[in-house]
Design a protein around this ligand. Sequence first.
Ligand code: C2O
Ligand code: CU
Ligand code: CU
Length: 518
Amino acid sequence: TSSLIVAGTGLGWAEAPSDALDPSTLTPFVDPLPIPRVLTPSGKRANPEHHGEQLPFYRVSMREISQKVHRDLPATRMWSFEDSFPGPTLEVQSGQGAIVEWANALPIRHFLPIDHTLHGAEKSVPEVRSVIHLHGGRTPPDSDGYPENWVVPGKSQNCFYPAKQDAALLFYHDHTMGINRLNIYAGMQGLFIVRDPLEASLNLPSGKYEIPMLICDRMLRKDGQLSYPVSEHPDRPWVPEVFGNAMLVNGKLLPYHEVEPRKYRLRIMNGSNARFYRFSLENKKPLSVIGDDQGLLSAPVTVQKIPLAPAERTDLVVDFSDMAGTHVKLISDSFDILEFRVSAKAAGDASPLPSTLRPPLRLDPATAVTTRRLTLDERMDDIQRSMGMLLNNTPWHMPITEKPTLGTTEIWELVNLTDDSHPIHLHLVRFQILDRRRFDQFEYQTKGTLRYTGAAIPPESHEAGWKDTVRADPAMVTRIIIPFEGYAGRYVWHCHILEHEDNEMMRPFEVLAAPEKA
Ligand code: C2O
Ligand code: CU
Ligand code: CU
């Protein structure tokens, strides 16, 4: 299956700028890996769900910053949260949650080119808008960052994150309708960690032995500035996937990190607009996968390479104890990502990896009340005369068609009719992958004719836990099973290739309140 995970390799329909930086001309591994600081609350606020209870309160500003991504480059202009890219990490206890005030203190004009927004009619409003979403959060609808709920510079929004969910690495990011590919490319993302007692009981590497990494690719100019391509193609006023050759880890290009010869926990999130990675250690040593998007797997899985689509997360335990005194690179296929420098001194390792992480749970397809057959499409828009990517062949503004009931379980069959892999993400929920299956015939009119040509392939073992983003490969039907838990209300699901999402591979869905029992 690994041959299918690369959605694209070049720049799509755009050319690299003539002043593009070639990162291989820089001295690699001269900057230490930054670890985003964990934000401390600035106060308390009342819990809207529990009268009399107080929650930690954070105020986070979105700002223009300038940050050095490499020793030998001038500082890069970015948009981020507080004073760094990635923004500070928020850390909460499961079930306790937090209230965050997201304050838009950005400039009035974007510094990246806006060649196309979804809603031409909105051209009269300021170009800079923002609304923040907590990816993977079980969040009430009015705090979830609905793409049309954006605010302009000078305004803020209060969001309530109850975090009634298992320990997991989540992340927050801009979600503004039509321009979130630009806002996120500019730097508007950060990590959000949920902790719980089960995870704490496992004695996993923690403190400085737990390393969060937000990894993303960017195209830089020789002066260190971000470059985002503008399409020159008449039928497609936007670039369908944006790739760069500068791999940033926590905002640094080719950093190094000093480690002791012992076990470490690496929590990696793919923050790229469009790039799919396949991480491994250059010395081919094994990686133990202990978790995916929504927390721990039931048991560790040993792999040599770990694929990661945009917005997916992986939780790895790497044992450096037999690499003492060496330098070992984290790579993704032909790209260097980071260099680990393993110290020579032997260190006691107090963290044996448990063989069971959490009780196994496979959802039974028979518990699903509905199966929805939903297509991933690429088509020519006759009105805008431009190419569009769609979900269920339906543009964003059409009435909501997916209305699951709170407390029920559904199966969604994602029928990929395009030539690309798409990382499909649903807000609010966590789900499991049932299987992927090849097909060669599909009838749009009835949606009934679907001819399978292959056997159902179960999820790979490293993605067999709870997920919130799933890779849907071309010419395959990907089936997921989703319990709709938490809140009723309006949410979105979309492709997490940000150029697709903005153009307009995103649809609302509405969770209906469960009918009152008589
Ligand atoms: Cu990462 Cu709609 O989200
Ligand atoms: Cu999300
Ligand atoms: Cu897509």
